[in-house]
Design a protein around this ligand. Sequence first.
Ligand code: NDP
Length: 336
Amino acid sequence: SENKKSLGIALVGLGTYSTYELAPSLLETKHCHLAGIVTGTPEKEKIWAEKYNIPKENIYNYETFDTIVNNDAIDIVYVVLPNAMHADFCIRAAKAGKHVICEKPMAVSVAECQAIIDACAKANVKLSVGYRLHSEPHTQEIQRMVREKTFGNVQYIATGAGYPSHGNPNPNQWRLNKALSGGGALMNMGVYAIQGAIYGTGELPISVTAQEFSTKPEYFKDTDETITAQFEFPSGAMGSIFTSHNAKADRLYASCDKGWYELDVAFSYGPLHGRTSNGNEISFPHKRQQALQMDDFALHITQGTPNKVPGSMGLRDLKIVEAIYQSIKEGGRKIA
Ligand code: NDP
């Protein structure tokens, strides 16, 4: 696949994200295209085949999926299933010799993340996690300011990522089912708040202290509703994250010894927007983040450009997630 101009992607799991974000983005990508689908819902096969001109031989279900090994039209398998299914399908994709993009959170445990990384290494295929913001210009501007210390050293970072439950009131959705999601707000939006705290400081937390809040226990029976956590960074900087399935939050703010910068909105599909303490707006033309993300990964495969989101980053975040849950359960400060 390294010699191809455009790599073929197969989407696994044709739910909301595949339908409304990834498939439309794949009409805008330059270095990859939608080549195949993997779905457990037979009615979707015909709809997608017609809409995206997908040949019959590139359509799979979860049982026939492994025969994708014989299909040269598919270079990359993009796993867009409920979180607890990521590891199984990423490992099967690697065994089929396909490069892998795994949606966030990478899996439901550190051990599963490691198993995905090992399977991809063994099969000699590339692996990335669906953290679209690393290809997004406002986020990259934050990363640049952090790298160049434009406002000096970060002393405090606050990030929040959440949405209210009336955004998806269905009590039977898999996100509220721990067996399928691995956890609630923290697993879903919380990983964005963790990510923002890390790229907003350029540091990894050395410890976390976390608290859980439940204001609507009759609805959030099985999974966490709202979590706050405090991070200590090696430089002495402090971080505070908020995530919720019951409140809107979409912001990154960093206070440095010579100024500050913020993004609001910071984590949604965009357009993002922000400003700095010197009076400048952070504003770039809007493009579909997922198109930028998938093109970046395709170029990593074909041109050897850096992998902006390697599997190790997904694993690292799950370590922090596990430390946060541990802090909530046992109380106190945990080493991340
Ligand atoms: P949806 O519930 O909308 O879709 C999930 C799809 O997975 C279903 O439509 C179905 O597809 C398939 N599926 C297979 N087994 C099951 C099962 N037991 N229960 C439910 N669905 C099943 O989820 P999303 O598309 O919102 O999320 C999918 C993944 O993408 C998650 O990991 C999520 O965290 C991630 N995501 C990432 C985002 C980002 O910004 N990076 C944004 C949104 C989601 P089919 O009918 O084809 O079999």
